[in-house]
Design a protein around this ligand. Structure first.
Ligand code: URA
Length: 431
Protein backbone atom coordinates (compact mmCIF):
# COMPACT_ATOMS: atom_id res chain seq x y z
CA UNK A 1 0.00 0.00 0.00
CA UNK A 2 1.46 3.37 -1.00
CA UNK A 3 0.85 6.58 0.93
CA UNK A 4 0.20 8.21 -2.44
CA UNK A 5 -2.79 5.86 -2.98
CA UNK A 6 -4.19 6.58 0.51
CA UNK A 7 -4.05 10.33 -0.11
CA UNK A 8 -5.67 9.87 -3.54
CA UNK A 9 -8.42 7.66 -2.09
CA UNK A 10 -9.31 10.28 0.52
CA UNK A 11 -8.98 13.10 -2.00
CA UNK A 12 -11.53 11.32 -4.20
CA UNK A 13 -13.99 10.96 -1.30
CA UNK A 14 -13.64 7.29 -0.42
CA UNK A 15 -13.61 5.78 3.06
CA UNK A 16 -10.20 4.67 4.37
CA UNK A 17 -9.67 1.38 6.19
CA UNK A 18 -8.21 1.08 9.69
CA UNK A 19 -5.04 -0.30 8.13
CA UNK A 20 -4.67 2.71 5.84
CA UNK A 21 -5.27 5.16 8.69
CA UNK A 22 -2.81 3.25 10.85
CA UNK A 23 -0.15 3.59 8.16
CA UNK A 24 -0.62 7.38 8.13
CA UNK A 25 -0.55 7.72 11.95
CA UNK A 26 2.43 5.40 12.42
CA UNK A 27 4.24 6.96 9.46
CA UNK A 28 3.76 10.45 10.95
CA UNK A 29 4.89 9.30 14.42
CA UNK A 30 8.04 7.51 13.34
CA UNK A 31 8.68 10.01 10.54
CA UNK A 32 8.75 7.44 7.74
CA UNK A 33 6.07 9.40 5.86
CA UNK A 34 7.29 12.90 4.89
CA UNK A 35 5.49 15.96 6.20
CA UNK A 36 4.39 17.02 2.70
CA UNK A 37 2.41 13.80 2.35
CA UNK A 38 0.91 14.11 5.85
CA UNK A 39 -0.07 17.70 5.00
CA UNK A 40 -1.73 16.58 1.76
CA UNK A 41 -3.59 13.88 3.69
CA UNK A 42 -4.81 16.47 6.24
CA UNK A 43 -6.02 18.75 3.44
CA UNK A 44 -7.88 15.85 1.83
CA UNK A 45 -9.59 15.15 5.19
CA UNK A 46 -10.36 18.85 5.54
CA UNK A 47 -12.32 18.83 2.27
CA UNK A 48 -13.73 15.30 2.30
CA UNK A 49 -14.32 14.79 6.04
CA UNK A 50 -14.34 11.38 7.68
CA UNK A 51 -17.09 8.88 8.35
CA UNK A 52 -17.89 7.96 11.98
CA UNK A 53 -15.96 4.73 11.60
CA UNK A 54 -12.93 6.44 10.10
CA UNK A 55 -12.95 9.13 12.82
CA UNK A 56 -13.04 6.48 15.56
CA UNK A 57 -10.26 4.38 13.96
CA UNK A 58 -8.09 7.45 13.34
CA UNK A 59 -8.59 8.56 16.98
CA UNK A 60 -7.73 5.12 18.37
CA UNK A 61 -4.55 5.11 16.29
CA UNK A 62 -3.60 8.56 17.64
CA UNK A 63 -4.33 7.46 21.23
CA UNK A 64 -2.07 4.44 20.92
CA UNK A 65 0.80 6.31 19.24
CA UNK A 66 2.55 6.93 22.59
CA UNK A 67 2.15 6.63 26.40
CA UNK A 68 -1.06 5.27 27.88
CA UNK A 69 -2.15 5.49 31.51
CA UNK A 70 -3.58 2.20 32.67
CA UNK A 71 -3.12 1.67 36.40
CA UNK A 72 -4.60 -1.78 36.88
CA UNK A 73 -4.39 -1.53 40.67
CA UNK A 74 -6.33 1.74 41.05
CA UNK A 75 -9.72 0.96 42.59
CA UNK A 76 -12.86 2.98 42.01
CA UNK A 77 -14.55 4.70 39.11
CA UNK A 78 -12.06 6.77 37.12
CA UNK A 79 -13.59 9.97 35.78
CA UNK A 80 -12.54 13.04 33.87
CA UNK A 81 -13.88 16.35 32.67
CA UNK A 82 -12.34 17.93 29.60
CA UNK A 83 -12.91 21.44 28.36
CA UNK A 84 -12.33 22.52 24.77
CA UNK A 85 -10.73 25.71 26.11
CA UNK A 86 -11.86 29.13 27.19
CA UNK A 87 -11.09 32.27 29.17
CA UNK A 88 -11.21 32.21 32.98
CA UNK A 89 -11.98 28.50 32.86
CA UNK A 90 -10.72 27.15 36.20
CA UNK A 91 -13.40 24.46 36.43
CA UNK A 92 -10.87 21.57 36.62
CA UNK A 93 -9.44 23.06 39.83
CA UNK A 94 -12.89 22.93 41.42
CA UNK A 95 -14.53 19.87 39.90
CA UNK A 96 -11.58 17.48 40.41
CA UNK A 97 -11.35 17.82 44.23
CA UNK A 98 -15.15 17.71 44.53
CA UNK A 99 -15.20 14.41 42.63
CA UNK A 100 -12.43 12.86 44.68
CA UNK A 101 -14.07 14.11 47.90
CA UNK A 102 -17.11 12.11 46.72
CA UNK A 103 -15.04 8.95 46.29
CA UNK A 104 -14.26 8.99 42.56
CA UNK A 105 -10.73 8.86 41.11
CA UNK A 106 -9.30 11.65 38.96
CA UNK A 107 -6.00 11.01 37.17
CA UNK A 108 -5.53 13.91 34.85
CA UNK A 109 -2.95 15.10 32.34
CA UNK A 110 -3.71 18.72 31.51
CA UNK A 111 -2.50 21.11 28.87
CA UNK A 112 -0.82 24.52 28.96
CA UNK A 113 -2.48 27.72 27.82
CA UNK A 114 -2.05 29.01 24.27
CA UNK A 115 -3.23 32.29 22.72
CA UNK A 116 -6.18 33.80 24.57
CA UNK A 117 -7.10 30.53 26.33
CA UNK A 118 -5.61 29.38 29.64
CA UNK A 119 -4.36 25.96 30.73
CA UNK A 120 -4.81 24.09 34.01
CA UNK A 121 -1.12 23.21 34.26
CA UNK A 122 -0.10 26.89 34.18
CA UNK A 123 -2.64 27.69 36.90
CA UNK A 124 -1.31 24.87 39.10
CA UNK A 125 2.28 25.98 38.41
CA UNK A 126 1.45 29.30 40.09
CA UNK A 127 1.12 27.46 43.43
CA UNK A 128 4.45 27.67 45.25
CA UNK A 129 6.29 24.31 45.19
CA UNK A 130 3.59 22.49 43.20
CA UNK A 131 5.09 19.82 40.92
CA UNK A 132 3.34 19.46 37.56
CA UNK A 133 5.87 16.84 36.45
CA UNK A 134 5.81 13.54 38.33
CA UNK A 135 7.12 10.12 37.40
CA UNK A 136 4.44 7.63 36.37
CA UNK A 137 4.57 5.85 39.73
CA UNK A 138 4.42 9.14 41.69
CA UNK A 139 1.42 10.19 39.60
CA UNK A 140 -0.43 6.96 40.39
CA UNK A 141 0.61 7.02 44.06
CA UNK A 142 -0.69 10.57 44.62
CA UNK A 143 -4.00 9.44 43.15
CA UNK A 144 -4.06 6.31 45.32
CA UNK A 145 -3.41 8.44 48.40
CA UNK A 146 -5.69 11.42 47.70
CA UNK A 147 -8.04 10.22 44.94
CA UNK A 148 -6.68 12.91 42.65
CA UNK A 149 -3.54 13.79 40.71
CA UNK A 150 -3.04 16.34 37.93
CA UNK A 151 0.18 16.70 35.93
CA UNK A 152 1.24 18.21 32.61
CA UNK A 153 1.02 16.18 29.43
CA UNK A 154 4.11 13.99 28.98
CA UNK A 155 6.21 14.48 25.83
CA UNK A 156 5.17 11.09 24.57
CA UNK A 157 1.40 11.55 25.07
CA UNK A 158 -0.28 10.99 21.69
CA UNK A 159 2.87 12.08 19.74
CA UNK A 160 1.02 11.66 16.43
CA UNK A 161 -1.32 14.46 17.49
CA UNK A 162 1.60 16.83 18.12
CA UNK A 163 2.82 16.23 14.56
CA UNK A 164 -0.64 16.57 13.01
CA UNK A 165 -1.42 19.68 15.07
CA UNK A 166 1.83 21.44 14.10
CA UNK A 167 1.15 20.71 10.41
CA UNK A 168 -2.53 21.74 10.68
CA UNK A 169 -1.42 25.03 12.19
CA UNK A 170 0.63 25.94 9.09
CA UNK A 171 -1.56 24.38 6.38
CA UNK A 172 -4.92 26.01 7.25
CA UNK A 173 -6.44 22.69 8.33
CA UNK A 174 -7.11 23.35 12.03
CA UNK A 175 -10.84 23.98 11.75
CA UNK A 176 -11.98 20.56 10.61
CA UNK A 177 -14.41 18.74 12.93
CA UNK A 178 -12.96 15.20 12.46
CA UNK A 179 -9.42 16.55 12.93
CA UNK A 180 -10.34 18.56 16.07
CA UNK A 181 -12.40 15.70 17.52
CA UNK A 182 -9.70 13.09 16.90
CA UNK A 183 -7.03 15.41 18.31
CA UNK A 184 -8.93 16.04 21.57
CA UNK A 185 -10.22 12.49 21.98
CA UNK A 186 -6.90 10.95 20.87
CA UNK A 187 -5.35 12.56 23.95
CA UNK A 188 -8.32 11.81 26.24
CA UNK A 189 -8.37 8.12 25.33
CA UNK A 190 -4.77 7.65 26.48
CA UNK A 191 -6.21 7.54 30.01
CA UNK A 192 -8.26 4.58 31.14
CA UNK A 193 -11.21 6.65 32.41
CA UNK A 194 -14.58 4.97 32.83
CA UNK A 195 -16.54 8.22 32.54
CA UNK A 196 -15.71 11.34 30.49
CA UNK A 197 -17.70 14.56 30.39
CA UNK A 198 -16.71 17.06 27.72
CA UNK A 199 -17.31 20.74 28.31
CA UNK A 200 -17.66 22.09 24.78
CA UNK A 201 -17.40 25.87 24.97
CA UNK A 202 -19.23 28.07 22.51
CA UNK A 203 -18.98 31.82 21.90
CA UNK A 204 -16.45 34.61 21.28
CA UNK A 205 -13.78 33.12 23.54
CA UNK A 206 -14.16 29.52 22.33
CA UNK A 207 -12.82 27.46 19.46
CA UNK A 208 -16.39 26.96 18.28
CA UNK A 209 -18.08 30.32 17.67
CA UNK A 210 -21.55 29.02 16.74
CA UNK A 211 -23.86 26.64 18.59
CA UNK A 212 -24.28 24.57 15.46
CA UNK A 213 -20.52 23.94 15.17
CA UNK A 214 -20.24 23.24 18.91
CA UNK A 215 -23.04 20.70 18.67
CA UNK A 216 -21.45 18.99 15.66
CA UNK A 217 -18.10 18.75 17.41
CA UNK A 218 -19.73 17.52 20.63
CA UNK A 219 -21.70 14.84 18.78
CA UNK A 220 -18.62 13.53 16.95
CA UNK A 221 -16.59 13.39 20.20
CA UNK A 222 -19.37 11.61 22.08
CA UNK A 223 -19.59 9.09 19.22
CA UNK A 224 -15.85 8.46 19.42
CA UNK A 225 -16.01 7.99 23.20
CA UNK A 226 -18.89 5.55 22.92
CA UNK A 227 -17.11 3.68 20.15
CA UNK A 228 -14.16 3.33 22.52
CA UNK A 229 -16.43 1.88 25.22
CA UNK A 230 -16.64 4.93 27.50
CA UNK A 231 -19.58 6.41 29.35
CA UNK A 232 -19.47 9.87 27.87
CA UNK A 233 -21.49 13.01 27.33
CA UNK A 234 -20.85 16.56 26.21
CA UNK A 235 -22.26 19.70 27.77
CA UNK A 236 -22.29 22.81 25.60
CA UNK A 237 -21.57 25.84 27.79
CA UNK A 238 -21.35 29.55 27.12
CA UNK A 239 -18.00 31.25 26.52
CA UNK A 240 -19.22 34.60 25.21
CA UNK A 241 -17.77 36.24 28.32
CA UNK A 242 -15.08 34.91 30.72
CA UNK A 243 -16.14 32.32 33.28
CA UNK A 244 -16.04 33.79 36.78
CA UNK A 245 -14.21 37.01 37.63
CA UNK A 246 -10.51 36.11 37.38
CA UNK A 247 -8.44 35.69 34.21
CA UNK A 248 -4.80 34.72 34.66
CA UNK A 249 -3.11 31.97 36.62
CA UNK A 250 -2.52 32.61 40.34
CA UNK A 251 -5.58 34.87 40.45
CA UNK A 252 -7.67 32.05 38.97
CA UNK A 253 -6.35 29.65 41.63
CA UNK A 254 -7.49 32.20 44.25
CA UNK A 255 -10.97 32.31 42.70
CA UNK A 256 -11.10 28.50 42.63
CA UNK A 257 -10.15 28.45 46.34
CA UNK A 258 -12.95 30.94 47.04
CA UNK A 259 -15.49 28.72 45.26
CA UNK A 260 -14.17 25.56 46.97
CA UNK A 261 -14.42 27.22 50.36
CA UNK A 262 -18.01 28.29 49.69
CA UNK A 263 -17.31 32.05 49.57
CA UNK A 264 -18.23 32.63 45.92
CA UNK A 265 -21.14 31.42 43.79
CA UNK A 266 -22.28 32.74 40.35
CA UNK A 267 -21.63 31.44 36.82
CA UNK A 268 -18.43 29.57 37.70
CA UNK A 269 -20.07 27.73 40.60
CA UNK A 270 -23.10 26.88 38.44
CA UNK A 271 -21.09 25.49 35.53
CA UNK A 272 -18.97 23.42 37.96
CA UNK A 273 -22.12 22.12 39.65
CA UNK A 274 -23.67 21.08 36.36
CA UNK A 275 -20.55 19.37 34.99
CA UNK A 276 -19.90 17.57 38.28
CA UNK A 277 -23.50 16.40 38.44
CA UNK A 278 -23.24 15.10 34.87
CA UNK A 279 -20.12 13.07 35.78
CA UNK A 280 -21.77 11.71 38.93
CA UNK A 281 -24.92 10.87 36.99
CA UNK A 282 -22.97 8.88 34.36
CA UNK A 283 -21.13 7.15 37.23
CA UNK A 284 -24.51 5.89 38.56
CA UNK A 285 -24.28 8.07 41.69
CA UNK A 286 -28.02 8.84 41.62
CA UNK A 287 -30.57 10.99 39.80
CA UNK A 288 -29.40 14.35 38.45
CA UNK A 289 -30.88 16.40 41.32
CA UNK A 290 -29.15 14.30 43.99
CA UNK A 291 -25.90 14.58 41.99
CA UNK A 292 -26.24 18.39 42.09
CA UNK A 293 -26.92 18.21 45.82
CA UNK A 294 -23.79 16.10 46.30
CA UNK A 295 -21.76 18.91 44.68
CA UNK A 296 -23.37 21.51 46.93
CA UNK A 297 -22.72 19.55 50.10
CA UNK A 298 -19.10 18.69 49.14
CA UNK A 299 -18.53 22.46 49.01
CA UNK A 300 -20.60 23.53 52.03
CA UNK A 301 -19.16 20.80 54.27
CA UNK A 302 -15.58 21.92 53.49
CA UNK A 303 -14.69 18.42 52.21
CA UNK A 304 -13.89 19.65 48.70
CA UNK A 305 -11.53 22.36 49.96
CA UNK A 306 -9.82 19.87 52.32
CA UNK A 307 -9.34 17.53 49.35
CA UNK A 308 -7.83 20.35 47.25
CA UNK A 309 -5.39 21.12 50.08
CA UNK A 310 -4.49 17.42 50.45
CA UNK A 311 -3.87 17.10 46.69
CA UNK A 312 -1.78 20.31 46.49
CA UNK A 313 0.30 19.19 49.49
CA UNK A 314 0.79 15.69 48.03
CA UNK A 315 2.26 17.30 44.87
CA UNK A 316 4.66 19.47 46.92
CA UNK A 317 2.65 22.72 46.87
CA UNK A 318 1.69 25.23 49.56
CA UNK A 319 -1.37 27.49 49.58
CA UNK A 320 0.19 29.88 52.10
CA UNK A 321 0.58 32.74 49.58
CA UNK A 322 -3.14 32.59 48.86
CA UNK A 323 -3.93 32.75 52.57
CA UNK A 324 -1.65 35.78 53.11
CA UNK A 325 -2.68 37.56 49.87
CA UNK A 326 0.89 37.31 48.59
CA UNK A 327 0.10 35.97 45.10
CA UNK A 328 -0.31 39.25 43.19
CA UNK A 329 2.42 41.07 41.17
CA UNK A 330 3.89 44.47 42.03
CA UNK A 331 1.66 46.73 39.90
CA UNK A 332 -2.05 47.19 39.36
CA UNK A 333 -4.25 49.49 37.29
CA UNK A 334 -7.98 50.03 37.62
CA UNK A 335 -9.92 50.39 34.37
CA UNK A 336 -12.87 52.77 34.76
CA UNK A 337 -16.07 52.92 32.78
CA UNK A 338 -16.29 55.80 30.31
CA UNK A 339 -20.12 55.80 30.35
CA UNK A 340 -23.17 54.75 32.37
CA UNK A 341 -25.63 51.99 31.51
CA UNK A 342 -25.59 48.19 31.50
CA UNK A 343 -22.58 46.12 30.55
CA UNK A 344 -23.94 44.42 27.42
CA UNK A 345 -20.75 42.83 26.05
CA UNK A 346 -17.54 41.48 27.56
CA UNK A 347 -15.87 39.69 24.65
CA UNK A 348 -14.07 36.70 26.18
CA UNK A 349 -11.42 36.44 23.47
CA UNK A 350 -10.43 40.10 23.84
CA UNK A 351 -10.30 39.82 27.64
CA UNK A 352 -8.07 36.76 27.16
CA UNK A 353 -5.81 38.71 24.78
CA UNK A 354 -5.66 41.61 27.27
CA UNK A 355 -4.50 39.15 29.98
CA UNK A 356 -1.96 37.77 27.49
CA UNK A 357 -0.59 41.32 26.98
CA UNK A 358 -0.12 41.55 30.77
CA UNK A 359 2.08 38.44 30.59
CA UNK A 360 -0.50 35.85 31.70
CA UNK A 361 -0.63 33.96 28.39
CA UNK A 362 1.62 32.78 25.60
CA UNK A 363 1.45 33.52 21.87
CA UNK A 364 3.89 30.73 20.98
CA UNK A 365 4.18 27.35 22.71
CA UNK A 366 7.61 28.14 24.18
CA UNK A 367 6.84 31.66 25.51
CA UNK A 368 7.55 32.17 29.22
CA UNK A 369 4.58 33.56 31.15
CA UNK A 370 4.16 35.65 34.30
CA UNK A 371 1.98 33.47 36.52
CA UNK A 372 1.08 36.33 38.87
CA UNK A 373 -0.38 38.68 36.24
CA UNK A 374 -3.93 38.88 34.92
CA UNK A 375 -7.29 40.57 35.27
CA UNK A 376 -9.94 40.65 37.98
CA UNK A 377 -13.32 41.73 36.68
CA UNK A 378 -15.65 43.89 38.75
CA UNK A 379 -18.55 43.78 36.32
CA UNK A 380 -20.09 41.06 34.20
CA UNK A 381 -22.64 41.24 31.39
CA UNK A 382 -26.00 42.47 32.68
CA UNK A 383 -24.49 44.49 35.57
CA UNK A 384 -25.35 48.16 35.98
CA UNK A 385 -22.29 50.38 35.60
CA UNK A 386 -21.85 54.10 36.27
CA UNK A 387 -19.35 56.40 34.53
CA UNK A 388 -16.10 56.31 36.53
CA UNK A 389 -16.88 52.97 38.21
CA UNK A 390 -14.23 50.24 38.17
CA UNK A 391 -14.78 47.70 35.37
CA UNK A 392 -11.74 45.59 36.20
CA UNK A 393 -8.27 45.66 37.75
CA UNK A 394 -5.24 44.75 35.64
CA UNK A 395 -2.25 43.15 37.39
CA UNK A 396 1.29 43.04 35.95
CA UNK A 397 4.93 42.84 37.00
CA UNK A 398 5.85 45.59 34.56
CA UNK A 399 3.92 48.90 34.39
CA UNK A 400 4.71 49.39 30.70
CA UNK A 401 2.31 46.54 29.82
CA UNK A 402 -0.79 48.35 31.08
CA UNK A 403 -1.62 50.72 28.20
CA UNK A 404 -1.91 48.04 25.50
CA UNK A 405 -3.82 45.67 27.83
CA UNK A 406 -6.20 48.45 28.87
CA UNK A 407 -6.94 49.39 25.23
CA UNK A 408 -7.65 45.74 24.41
CA UNK A 409 -9.89 45.38 27.47
CA UNK A 410 -11.87 48.52 26.57
CA UNK A 411 -12.36 47.16 23.03
CA UNK A 412 -13.96 44.05 24.60
CA UNK A 413 -16.81 45.88 26.28
CA UNK A 414 -20.03 47.58 25.33
CA UNK A 415 -22.21 49.62 27.66
CA UNK A 416 -25.81 50.16 26.57
CA UNK A 417 -28.92 51.85 27.92
CA UNK A 418 -30.96 48.62 27.77
CA UNK A 419 -30.30 45.70 30.12
CA UNK A 420 -29.26 42.70 27.98
CA UNK A 421 -31.27 39.48 28.22
CA UNK A 422 -30.06 36.87 30.71
CA UNK A 423 -27.20 34.65 29.61
CA UNK A 424 -27.93 30.96 29.03
CA UNK A 425 -24.93 29.27 30.62
CA UNK A 426 -25.72 25.61 29.95
CA UNK A 427 -26.99 25.28 26.40
CA UNK A 428 -27.41 21.58 25.78
CA UNK A 429 -26.23 18.14 26.85
CA UNK A 430 -25.42 15.44 24.31
CA UNK A 431 -25.44 11.96 25.82
N1 URA B 1 -7.63 21.20 21.08
C1 URA B 1 -6.92 20.12 20.69
O1 URA B 1 -6.33 19.42 21.49
N2 URA B 1 -6.87 19.84 19.36
C2 URA B 1 -7.50 20.57 18.43
O2 URA B 1 -7.43 20.24 17.26
C3 URA B 1 -8.23 21.69 18.86
C4 URA B 1 -8.29 21.98 20.21
Amino acid sequence: MRVYDIIKKKRDGFELTREELSLIVKGATNKTVPEYQISAFLMAVYFRGMTRRETLDFTLEIASSGDVISPLDLDGVKVDKHSTGGVGDKTSLIISPVLSALGLKVLKMSGRGLGHTGGTVDKLSSIKGFKTELSYSEFINVCKKTGLSIIGQTKNLAPADKIFYALRDVTATVDSIPLIASSIMGKKLTASDDVIVLDVKVGDGAFMKSEEDAKNLATVMVDIGKGAGKKISAVITDMSEPLGYAVGNAIEVKEAIDVLSGKVKGDLYNVCKHLTAEILYLSNYGDFISCEKAFESAISSGLAYDKFLEFVTAQGGSLEDFETGNYLPKYKMEVLSESSGYLSKLNAEKVGVSALYLGAGRQKVDDVIDLSSGIVLNKKVGDRVEKGEILCTLYASNESLFERAKAEFLSAIEVSAKKPSDRILIKETIR
